[in-house]
Unconditional design. Structure first.
Ligand code: SF4
Length: 437
């Protein structure tokens, strides 16, 4: 069969300035992975094309036997539009991704079948069932088995690919109440790929830098230490996600990460208020341990990129000022700030929906830059302006320069990453797109 797999769908560039859009459409800095995993596992007797609207318009003139579209909540309207176009031509359309998994009945109105969960196995069943003309409406994630089998995703991408991407593990057992990843079917199960397979894939990736798309590489420290031991000498540089509980206490894991080539730990701090962390179920984070985790990373000459969200029910209007003061004291190198977004499928979406506090179900606004629910302790406007203010005050030229200089002695990669992220954030519309339509 002739198969088209559409990678993330591109919503158009209204929020991007010309220069930023040109950079984003030219360089594939953090390539998406899920569509390429579907492509990699597709049996070789099929012909597969992977498209991404970011790099080229979707070609709806070519005849395909089946189209698979993988998308997230904010791109659902565009995914449905593309799906409807193909279905009108009689081409079977399969939808997958977090949003389709959370709202399969909604997705099914635009598709012949919906893959629920991270479900490569379901994709193989879809292909067999199409050939037998017995396509099912839904394909659920198969029961847990403890290892994750994925062929290497050596599918070429358009654009200048700057960073390779892979998964060593999948899933997260912590079940934070805002997190769409853990709250889809099978998302709280934790899978590990055999380490020799991961190492072989890393060796085959042509880029010098890699991004581990694992939800967290600190969930199973023993596995991760073995992985890092095996990565020594591969001469790669990489970014990965980790949680405070392990990064604060497991000095050996942090040291091994540096020896393996890690240059950036991405940490979901989410909040500097312990009662907020407790309310949202972020059990891996203890605010008192933030400083220790950051010290461990910095001591090993690596960079901390921290994520913070605002608008939880325990957040009052003074949360912005308190957070700014704390993260400056903590010496976080790069910070991303977003408006809490209750994604469908999560316990927090259900809670707000039950309380009739969801302001819109127009999914295009669910991109962490819009207020889509009624906050409890502040107005929507205060929440929006607070997040804009966080960007404005954290990324002043003076503060950014200070952070850049602090990274001078951490090596070339940490220096350039902190330099690039701080300067790009000052110059770009990242902080300005908040709530822009
Ligand atoms: S620790 Fe991270 S990946 Fe895991 S459930 Fe929480 S937010 Fe999601």
């Amino acid at each position: 069969m002739k198969i088209l797999i559409i990678e993330t769908v591109w919503m158009g560039g209204a929020r991007y300035k010309f220069l930023e859009k040109t950079l984003l459409t030219t360089f594939s800095i953090l390539p998406t992975l899920q569509a390429r995993e579907f492509a990699a596992i597709t049996p070789k007797h099929h012909t597969v094309s992977v498209m991404n609207e970011r790099y080229s318009p979707i070609d709806s003139d070519t005849a395909y036997d089946v189209v698979l579209i993988n998308f997230v909540t904010s791109t659902a309207p565009r995914a449905y539009e593309i799906a409807d176009t193909y279905r009108k031509k009689g081409v079977p359309v399969i939808l997958s991704g977090f949003h389709a998994s959370a709202l399969p009945d909604e997705a099914k109105r635009h598709a012949d079948s919906v893959l629920i969960g991270r479900n490569e196995q379901g994709w193989l069943s879809v292909l067999q069932d199409i050939e037998k003309k017995k396509l099912q409406p839904f394909y659920h994630t198969p029961p847990y088995n403890d290892s994750l089998i994925l062929p290497p995703t050596n599918i070429s991408l358009p654009g200048l690919v700057m960073t390779g991407a892979l998964e060593a593990t999948r899933g997260c057992p912590y079940r934070c109440e805002f997190c769409p990843e853990t709250n889809i079917q099978g998302g709280a199960s934790f899978y590990k790929r055999p380490i020799p397979e991961v190492i072989a894939e890393i060796k085959a990736i042509p880029q010098k830098t890699l991004m581990f798309y694992d939800t967290s590489l600190t969930i199973d420290p023993s596995y991760t230490k073995e992985l890092f031991e095996n990565m020594k000498g591969l001469h790669k540089k990489f970014f990965c996600n980790g949680n405070v509980d392990v990064l604060a206490h497991d000095g050996e894991l942090v040291r091994l990460s540096r020896e393996a080539g890690c240059v950036v730990w991405l940490v979901g701090f989410e909040s500097i208020c312990q009662n907020t962390l407790q309310a949202i179920g972020k059990t891996t984070n203890t605010v008192e341990e933030y400083a220790q985790a950051i010290r461990n990373i910095h001591r090993n000459h690596m960079v901390v990129i921290g994520d913070f969200m605002f608008g939880f029910d325990t957040d009052s209007a003074d949360v912005f000022e308190k957070t700014l003061k704390t993260i400056k004291e903590l010496q976080i190198d790069v910070a991303d700030f977003s408006i809490f977004t209750p994604f469908p499928g999560t316990p927090l979406f259900k809670k707000l929906d039950d309380e009739k506090r969801i302001l819109t179900k127009e999914w295009k606004y669910y991109n962490m830059g819009h207020v889509v629910f009624k906050p409890k302790q502040m107005t929507s406007e205060e929440l929006l302006q607070g997040v804009q203010q966080m960007y404005a005050e954290f990324y002043t030229p003076v503060s950014s320069m200070k952070r850049i200089l602090q990274n001078l002695n951490r090596g070339l990669y940490p220096f350039f990453i902190v330099f690039g992220r701080n300067i790009i954030t000052i110059m770009s519309s990242r902080r300005l797109y908040i709530n822009k339509k």
